[in-house]
Each structure stands twice: as structure tokens, then as C-alpha cells.
Design a binder for this molecule. Structure first.
Ligand SMILES: [Mn+2]
Length: 395
């Protein structure tokens, strides 16, 4: 009787039962093949000794894909104890189509670019500034097309931005190219009190390494293209260097997002002929913003975790009320964080927020249905006016 009462009082209106699907080897999740464009992933589950790359290739072939047309770019494994006591292994192999430009850029190719002679006799001059605004790569995050996608997209967007710079230069004299790295360049393990760990297959150092090398790539790409080149980075919430039990326990400027740029600045110093005209900026000690003149426009950089969504001008007004803050002089506020493109104006003041670089936030899609529209924003500025703004995207 006591059990019945408990059952009655615990009862709840659950949905009708869906009959279990008949199991079959095909569906029993001993293997899974996913193909999206030029990227394929094969997950193989089984006894530890049986799970290997050959098996993954065989599954590709069973699905009608030519195994010679694909190459493995990485894998990720986990082990568990099976009901019979033996060790099971689940491994996800990632493939890219041979000859496609999918996947992380070939490191030799990157190296060629970085080591090539970037010294030019004369770099373009002019009183216009060209802004490249990007952030929220969150390298390491598993969502959507993962780190491979975010990396490919970031490099692709930087390349396209440099193409657009050359096209704009036919119309306006651009003498200053400035890149704003607007935070959350790594996924890190600080977000959500560390609950993002499982969904973050790269180590912290791997995430930082990618960030540093992407910044290095951007420096090498843009350095020959203007007589003045600058890069600024600000700390995002994901880049916080130390958090304990979900609480930040370090100085505000202690960030992997900015330290990566400091490392690139150190590298640049080794070759003043190629990079002596490139300047680097991160926030001062215990600060979160960088305010910088670009072609007569005072550009303030911040990460948007400092204000509630949509309250960028309220936050800016507050900062500007402080006589000691350079924010009262800012013409343009640029910020990452909210993962979607937004531009806004209030009188002469302008706000620009580039989208993220990830293809989607899976959590967001489940909650709201939509994926991302990743990319970066380029803009042309002079004398406080930033009237040309363009979204740059690659698939
Ligand atoms: Mn953020």
C-alpha cells in the first residue's frame, strides 16, 4: 500500500510509449558514417583490438565512398568496460576529401607563407583606415563542423578580407590596416564552470597554439599591404586564464586571448624589416579594453560580456562618464561575444559586432532553432566616420 501511494504521488503525465526500434547490426551503433561536404566522420565501436583505421575506411567503402578519395586527418577515442568485462573502444575518425581545401590548413603551406620574404620596398600609404574585426572562434569547441570548420573559415575569411582590401584600395587610399581580435579566440575550460570540457576535444595549449598561429598568419598576410598595420586583442570570458569553482580569480588582463597576440608581437620583433611597421595592443594591467586611433577614428575594443545583450550604448555611456577613461573619446565601439552580426548607431557613435566563426552553437540551435551565420566584418574609416561596413563570409 505504501508503495502504491508513493507511485501515485510520483505519477506524472508522460508521453505515449514509442515501441523500441528492432535492433540490427546496421543500426546498433557499432558504426556510424556522417558526411558533410568534403568532411566525413566515421565512428566505430567494438572490442578494443578490433577498432582501427582500416575498419573506418571499410565503412566508408560500404557507404559507396571511394576510400582513395579520402584521407584521415584525426581521430578521437574513448574506452569503456563492456558488460562482459572486456574493454570496448569507440573511435571517431575524421576524413577530408583528397584535393579539397577542407580541414585544417596544411602546416607546410602555412610555413611557406610565413617564411617567405615579406619585405617590400614601399607599402601603400593613404589617410583611410581598413578595419578587420573578428572574434569568437572558440577554437576547440565540438559544435557544428568543429575546430576544423572554425579554423578553415577563419583563414578563409582573412584571405578574402585581404582580397577586398586590394579592391577597396582602387577607390580609396588606405594607409592603415587594423585587425581587432575581439575575444573568445579559444573555447577554454572556464566557461559554464568547466561544464564544456567533454565538448572540447582540443587541449588548452592546442587551442592557444591555433590562436597564436592564426594571428601570425594574419600578420604575415596584411603586413605588406599598408604602411601602418596594427593588431589589438581584448580578453573574452572564454579566454580567462584562471577560474576556480566558476569564479574568476586573476587580474582582468590575464587572458589567453591577449597573450596569444603578445607572443606574435615577440615573433614580429625578430624581423623588423618585414614587421617593424606592425604595432600590437592589448589592455593595460587589470584593464579589459583597448582604445586606439585608426585614420582619425577613435576605435574602442571590448568583449561584450561586459554588458547585457543590446546594452552596448548604455555601457559605453557609463564608461565615458569616467573622466579618466578614453572611452569618452571613442567614435566606434567594436566587440565580440554575441555571435551574430550587429551594427548600431547613436548620433555619430557607431557600434559594430562581428558574428562568431563557429558554424553553430548546438545549445543555441536546440533552444532557438537557428544556426550561426559565421564571418568577420571589414570596414573603412576616416576622421571618426565608419560608413562602409561589409560582412565577409566563406562556406
Ligand atoms: Mn564571449
Amino acid at each position: 500500500m505504501g508503495t502504491d501511494l508513493l507511485k501515485e504521488l510520483l505519477d506524472k503525465p508522460v508521453g505515449p510509449q514509442i515501441p523500441a526500434r528492432k535492433t540490427s547490426p546496421e543500426r546498433d551503433f557499432t558504426r556510424q558514417v556522417e558526411v558533410a561536404g568534403d568532411v566525413a566522420a566515421v565512428t566505430v565501436r567494438g572490442l578494443k583490438g578490433d577498432v582501427n583505421e582500416d575498419l573506418a575506411v571499410a565503412h566508408l567503402q560500404e557507404r559507396g565512398l571511394d576510400p582513395d578519395g579520402w584521407k584521415v586527418t584525426g581521430f578521437r577515442s574513448s574506452e569503456w568496460t563492456m558488460p562482459n568485462g572486456e574493454t570496448g573502444l569507440s573511435t571517431r575518425f575524421t576524413f577530408v576529401r583528397v584535393g579539397s581545401d577542407a580541414g585544417p590548413p596544411d602546416i607546410d603551406h602555412l610555413f611557406d607563407r610565413i617564411s617567405r620574404d615579406t619585405t617590400v620596398v614601399s607599402r601603400p600609404t593613404g589617410d583611410y583606415g581598413f578595419l578587420v574585426l573578428l572574434g569568437d572562434m572558440q577554437f576547440g569547441k565540438i559544435d557544428g563542423d568543429g575546430v576544423e570548420g572554425a579554423l578553415r573559415r577563419t583563414i578563409g575569411c582573412l584571405d578574402r578580407a585581404s582580397d577586398r582590401l586590394l579592391q577597396y584600395s582602387d577607390h580609396v587610399p588606405i594607409g592603415h590596416v587594423h585587425l581587432g581580435w575581439l575575444g573568445d579566440h579559444i573555447e577554454g575550460f572556464a566557461s559554464q564552470g568547466g561544464a564544456n570540457v567533454w565538448r572540447t576535444p582540443l587541449t588548452l595549449n592546442e587551442q592557444i597554439r591555433l590562436t597564436r598561429r592564426v594571428m601570425l598568419y594574419a600578420m604575415e598576410l596584411f603586413a605588406p599591404l599598408a604602411s601602418r598595420v596594427s593588431m589589438a586583442a581584448v580578453p573574452g570570458n572564454h579566454g580567462e586564464a584562471v577560474r576556480l569553482a566558476g569564479k574568476g580569480v586573476t587580474r582582468y588582463d590575464d587572458s589567453h586571448d591577449t597573450e596569444s597576440l603578445i607572443a606574435v608581437a615577440d615573433a614580429a620583433r625578430l624581423n623588423p624589416q618585414a614587421f617593424g611597421h606592425v604595432d600590437f595592443y592589448v589592455p593595460e594591467t587589470d584593464e579589459l579594453t583597448v582604445v586606439l586611433d585608426v585614420a582619425g577614428t577613435v576605435v574602442a575594443h571590448a568583449h561584450g560580456h561586459q554588458w547585457r545583450p543590446g546594452k552596448h550604448f548604455g555601457w559605453w555611456r557609463g564608461q565615458a562618464f569616467n573622466r579618466k577613461s578614453p572611452m569618452h573619446q571613442a567614435d566606434l565601439l567594436v566587440a565580440g561575444h554575441l555571435h551574430h552580426e550587429q551594427t548600431d548607431t547613436d548620433g555619430p557613435r557607431t557600434f559594430i559586432q562581428p558574428p562568431a566563426m563557429e558554424s553553430e552553437s548546438t545549445w543555441w540551435r536546440h533552444a532557438n532553432g537557428t544556426t550561426g551565420a559565421p564571418g568577420l566584418i571589414i570596414a573603412i574609416t576616416r576622421g571618426g566616420e565608419t560608413n562602409i561596413k561589409e560582412l565577409v563570409r566563406v562556406e
